[in-house]
Design a protein. Structure first.
Length: 234
């Protein structure tokens, strides 16, 4: 029996660092809203269904301007997120069946590809818990409250974390439930939830340096360059 693979695509963030009245997931990148690039990649992949998470009050907007306009066949549901990212993920996990696997992706990572998604699916079926990322290129400093450097961790052990982050659905839901019951608001990604409250470790798998997250206005310019570069390669 085929094990179901569900993608949760998060588009509920406020995007305050963009300094824009329009939330970053709906801003136009080249000729399309940012969120459509991630949705298209998952649509073209072998995931079975997609759950889109949007901010409160935005379901109608997202339905009319994103889902209806671009006709995504695999989007099985659209729900409102919570105050924080982990709230949104937990709400999405609670809205879906427990069986199978789940890929949790930030919609602002517009440059994910179907090929990388297929790699994630292959790896999570093998490792049961994996997070996409890349080795850091720069030296990292740990600083104190006055911004004085206090240590320099070995760069060879440092990875910058990306999404998708991929798990057995029942396991990550149970880990999230334990986190919620503990009232822990310190988590910053799904991998940290599994590391802290889950039943197994998290394996790092290589993504791509292009799989960046749109956070600031400068990222839109970098994103345009990535997309234009891809179009010339075809």
């Amino acid at each position: 029996m085929k094990e179901k693979v569900t993608a949760i695509v998060l588009a509920a963030g406020k995007g305050s660092r963009m300094h824009s009245k329009i939330q970053k997931q709906y801003m136009t990148l080249l000729d399309r809203p940012v969120i459509t690039y991630a949705l298209e990649a998952f649509e073209k992949s072998s995931v079975d269904e997609i759950i889109l998470v949007v901010a409160p009050g935005e379901i109608e907007y997202a339905q009319e301007n994103i889902l209806d306009r671009y006709d995504y066949k695999k989007v099985s549901g659209i729900i409102t997120g919570g105050a924080e990212r982990y709230d949104s993920v937990y709400k999405a996990l609670c809205s879906m069946p427990e069986e199978g696997y789940v890929l949790i992706h930030d919609g602002a990572r517009a440059f994910i590809t179907p090929e990388l998604i297929e790699f994630c699916i292959e790896q999570v079926k093998k490792d049961k818990s994996c997070v996409m990322g890349m080795p850091v290129k720069d030296t990292i400093k740990i600083v104190d409250e006055d911004r004085y450097a206090v240590s320099t961790p070995p760069r060879s052990t440092m990875w910058q974390i990306q999404t998708p982050q991929c798990f057995v659905t029942a396991e990550i839901r149970e880990a999230y439930q334990k986190m919620m019951e503990a009232g822990d608001d310190s988590v910053t990604d799904d991998g940290m939830v599994m590391e802290t409250y889950g039943i197994r470790g998290v394996r790092m798998i290589k993504g791509s340096y292009e799989n960046m997250k749109i956070t600031t206005p400068e990222d839109m310019l970098l994103g345009e360059a990535i997309l234009k570069g891809r179009s010339t390669e075809r």
